[in-house]
Write a protein that binds this ligand. Structure first.
Ligand SMILES: [Fe+2]
Length: 290
């Protein structure tokens, strides 16, 4: 595969605060939310995002960072981004965002400048200050519901992965690079997924690829690693697999993903329903509760 060279752009906002591991377990925790589709005409979308944010903000181990994997707003209007940003205010930790097909890249970039080395012209960047290196990828293909990773973006990725081959790395993006088996969703899938797979295959330090877009909780093999998708903050789609040429779904409760990294155990991902619920001690360290 021939990859065009690209320009790396220095970080415009300076370094983030240093990582402070959990004193009890030395783990790094990431929360992933996706596809809030904030829309001024449908206030339940922003309300669902605020509930998901409240869930993340009150976890007993606060995540070290939050990933939002695109479609932050439904129409890319500035007033929708105002509401999106207001919903995120309770989060004290860094929030890293990549654009989806419903977003306005320039509007999103103006509010969320890349926190690290970035790919010129795209919202694609590296986050260096955690034990798990994070790379956000910009799959937006303006004017299309589907996404793409063009030669420029893939060359940039290959270059930044080559800079740190010993650092475990998580890639986060909007369009997943795998098919769902549902025609309507696969028609708006990722152009360039085979070339992306070839790049990832050259970099064994990539421990996970996480995405959004399909509103499904999908897990699939990809190169040597695994792709996972996080459903939307307002609902999870449960599709009718018997009608793969249509998109017939049940609305189910929203899901978030929690990705826990330790140097010894690697990356383990958990699925959570981001709604308030009481904490119950089932085992106190000595015995099970009655
Ligand atoms: Fe999308």
């Amino acid at each position: 595969m021939q990859l065009r060279s690209c320009r790396l752009v220095a970080c415009p906002v300076g370094p983030s605060p240093p990582f402070r591991p959990c004193p009890r377990c030395s783990a790094m925790l990431l929360a992933q939310l996706s596809d809030p589709h904030v829309d001024r005409t449908r206030p339940h979308k922003a309300a669902a995002l605020r509930r998901a944010v409240a869930f993340v903000a009150t976890l007993p181990q606060p995540p070290d960072a939050v990933l939002i994997t695109g479609d932050c707003t439904d129409h890319g209007h500035p007033d929708e981004y105002d509401e999106f940003e207001a919903a995120l205010e309770p989060l004290p930790m860094p929030v890293f965002v990549v654009p989806g097909n419903h977003d306005d890249r320039a509007e999103l970039l103006s509010r969320r400048p890349p926190p690290g080395e970035a790919c010129e012209s795209f919202m694609q960047y590296v986050v260096e200050n955690f034990p798990l290196r994070l790379i956000g990828l910009d799959t937006q293909w303006p004017g299309h519901g589907g996404g793409e990773l063009c030669a420029q973006r893939l060359a940039w990725l290959d270059e930044v992965l080559s800079q740190a081959p010993a650092r475990p790395t998580l890639l986060f993006m909007h369009h997943p690079p795998v098919q769902t088996g549902l025609q309507v969703l696969d028609d708006i899938g990722l152009r360039g997924h085979a070339e992306f797979c070839a790049v990832v295959a050259h970099h064994p330090q990539v421990v996970r690829v996480v995405a959004g877009h399909v509103h499904l909780p999908l897990t699939a093999s990809f190169a040597h690693t695994t792709v996972m998708t996080c459903p939307g903050t307002d609902a999870t789609f449960q599709p009718a697999w018997a009608q793969p040429d249509k998109l017939v779904i049940q609305y189910q409760p929203p899901l978030a993903l929690l990705h826990r990294w330790t140097a010894e155990g690697g990356l383990t991902s958990f699925t959570a329903v981001p709604e308030a619920a009481p904490w119950v001690t089932l085992h106190d360290g000595q015995r099970w509760a009655d």
